[in-house]
Design a protein around this ligand. Structure first.
Ligand code: AHR
Length: 508
């Protein structure tokens, strides 16, 4: 199989923000997942799990969306500030009907973002909140000038503003609030008027977008609110079956494996269709398309609360991640942010926890392999491979980028049961060294468990260079990243010291 990369054919920047994550007050994402409280025996920093922080720092998360999702549209931020003992309990009737003690609120979220080195992305409440509530939340976070919100923030222990740029206006309003696009567009216009820029922090105003391929929503939104928004969101989940019977996360056959990957791949058609509508109103692509919820959604794991959306994660999820990230790269003109759902213990998570135990999923390993593409310049890549029996996708999905003179090529073998020998032919790049890393050993069901947390892990890729081509083999259902470094730039000879001469002359 031939994979050609034309390193001289630059295709625009891949925003690091497409590697964003999503964390919601849902099941064990926040509580037990990333937050255990200061008094916990589990090692923590200010109540945040140290083991989780270490993994998230390693994969370099650029931004984190919070507090939902659907939860955002019933969240009232004032419940989550001030002394914890005085914070009210509420019922999280969106997810599992459990008690929410609000011990993880605004200050805790922003501290967590600092600890993992991610930019915060806050989703405001439009469906059950008020304009004043959202406007004051922004003031509380971003204002420096003396005023009631600044004073309140200082009283709660934070002197300096956090200067949060990313603000979402509601979540899935076609469901949360059952709004029509005309109504939502008007609500967006109201809310955004009172969402102020403080100091140098210019807000990125993110409007809630369509349900998948609903193009009318985008049309109405762009037409009537396009000038006030900076991004429109898109939510797309990969569900192998139907909504009532989504399919198991771990028990699936080869046809279901291929169906899942084909469904993941469908997002590209939706992105392209939404982009056509956006182009009509915004030909310069000022407005971004933020895929701020994506990933696999299976039946919940047996014996768990159905409202907690807990699922395991196999090499099939890793393939969905590779396919999706490659699509975001290819559509980088519009897609400038994406947030996989969700960070810990929910849906296609990076991390699963059980008490003090923690494991990283195959999906997390793909984010690790792919982090080199963050803020890199995409370059063109092409492949020639025989079709797969029983699957409509090309046998290989690939992407390539250059950053700081280093070329990275990522490629995944879609086959469930056939290895692909690859001949990588790189044009327009003078490589001095080549190395590679790979995930997956041919088993589509491979996964990490608390008993065997390292069953799936990244390992060195064996490769050879012959006649200027890089040769390696991709086992079935595997993902690899190859790094090509240029010859070290020769040091320019030190210039003879005209400065000294001039200095001597001057001192005479
Ligand atoms: O990620 C789970 C839920 O899926 C989110 O809360 C909601 O926005 C979406 O429907």
């Amino acid at each position: 199989m031939k994979l050609i990369v034309d390193a001289s054919n630059l295709q625009g920047r891949i925003s690091r923000h497409v590697y964003g994550q999503f964390s919601e007050h849902l099941g064990h994402c926040i509580y037990d997942g990333l937050y255990v409280g200061e008094k916990s025996k589990i090692p923590n920093i200010d109540g945040m799990r140290k083991d989780v922080i270490d993994v998230l720092r390693r994969i370099r998360i650029p931004n984190l969306r919070w507090p939902g999702g659907c939860f955002a549209d019933c969240y009232h931020w004032r419940d989550g500030i001030g002394p914890r003992s005085k914070r009210p309990y509420i019922v999280n009737d969106t997810w599992g009907g459990v008690a929410e003690d609000n011990s993880f609120g605004t200050h805790e979220f922003l501290r967590f973002c600092e600890l993992i080195g991610a930019e915060p992305y806050i989703n405001g409440n439009v469906s059950s909140g008020t304009v004043q509530e959202m406007s004051q939340w922004i003031e509380y976070l971003n204002a420096k000038v003396q005023g009631p919100m600044t004073e309140l923030r200082k009283k709660n222990g934070r002197k300096e503003p956090w200067n949060v740029r990313f603000w979402g206006f509601g979540n899935e309003p076609w469901g949360d609030g059952h709004m029509r696009p005309e109504y939502y567009a008007d609500q967006f216009r109201r809310y955004t008027t009172y969402a102020r820029d403080y100091g140098d922090t210019k807000l990125v105003r993110i409007a809630a977008g369509a349900n998948g391929g609903d193009l009318n929503w985008t049309e109405v939104l762009m037409q009537s609110a396009g000038q006030w928004l900076d991004a429109v969101t898109l939510h797309y989940y990969t569900v192998p079956g139907v909504w009532e019977h989504k399919g198991s996360a771990t028990k699936f056959d080869v046809p279901e494996y291929y169906t899942t990957l084909e469904k993941a791949d469908n997002i590209e058609k939706i992105i392209k269709a939404q982009s056509v509508i956006m182009d009509k109103y915004d030909p310069e692509a000022r407005v971004g398309l933020f895929v701020d919820e994506w990933g696999t959604w299976f039946d919940v794991e047996e014996g768990t609360n159905p409202g907690f959306l807990h699922q395991q994660n196999t090499m099939r999820d890793a393939m969905v991640a590779a396919i999706s990230l490659n699509i975001f790269h290819r559509n980088n003109r519009r897609v400038r942010m994406a947030n996989i759902a969700q960070l810990v213990n929910v849906l296609q998570a990076m991390i699963l926890t059980e008490g003090e135990k923690m494991l990283v999923t195959p999906t997390c390993h793909v984010f690790d392999l792919y982090k080199v593409h963050q803020d890199a310049d995409r370059v063109e890549s092409f492949a020639q491979a025989a079709p797969i029996d029983g699957c409509k996708l090309d046998a290989i999905t690939h992407t390539a980028s250059v950053k700081d003179g280093v070329l990275h090529v990522s490629a995944a073998n879609i086959h469930a049961d056939k290895a692909l020998p690859v001949e990588l032919d790189v044009w327009g790049f003078d490589a001095a060294s080549v190395s590679g890393e790979i995930l997956g050993n041919g088993d589509i069901h491979a996964l990490n468990t608390f008993k065997k947390p390292n069953a799936v892990k990244i390992r060195k890729l064996d490769l050879a260079v012959k006649n200027g081509k890089v040769l390696f083999e991709l086992p079935p259902c595997s993902v690899a990243t190859i790094t090509l470094k240029p010859a070290a730039a020769k040091k320019a000879p030190a210039k003879k010291a005209p400065v000294k001469k001039a200095a001597k002359k001057a001192s005479k």
